[in-house]
Design a protein around this ligand. Sequence first.
Ligand code: UDP
Ligand code: MG
Length: 153
Amino acid sequence: MAERTLIIIKPDGIQRHLAGEIIGRFEKKGFKLVAAKFIQISEDLARRHYAVHRGKGFFEGVVKYLSSAPLLVMVWEAEGIIDMSRKMMGATFGYDAEPGTIRGDFSSSRGYNLIHGSDSPQSAEREIELFFKPDEIIDYELADACWLYGKND
Ligand code: UDP
Ligand code: MG
């Protein structure tokens, strides 16, 4: 199985009608969607999701932000997806993310930055388990996998 990552289109991404734009970028890159849920999460789940940031000045704020309105949580799969998706997201704050990235193109904010993506295989495993039961993640083949992931060696 190829690498998996947890991607969240955060509440501002939904409210600003950017879900299709963000999903479209991942689809066109050739990533495979293997799970998705449109939900509003509790503060408790937001706290568990951002547990590594507990105690930091922005922690309570980011917990409120994430639980304030519905979001779209997804698992995407591809070899090397964690690095690739983090590059596509851009730097944490919209105002210093590079143009061409999701945050760079659509966010000018400090804390409201449209998207979450796991930052390591360990984080991905922990975060995916928080949001999905194993049977909610679908294992299937993309019909064009040979074209998407072709190699010359
Ligand atoms: N965040 C914030 N203020 C900060 C740092 C982070 O509001 O000073 C929020 C922001 O929404 C960010 C999330 O907390 O996406 C998690 O921070 P992290 O450093 O993990 O950034 P990311 O991995 O999302 O780039
Ligand atoms: Mg992070």
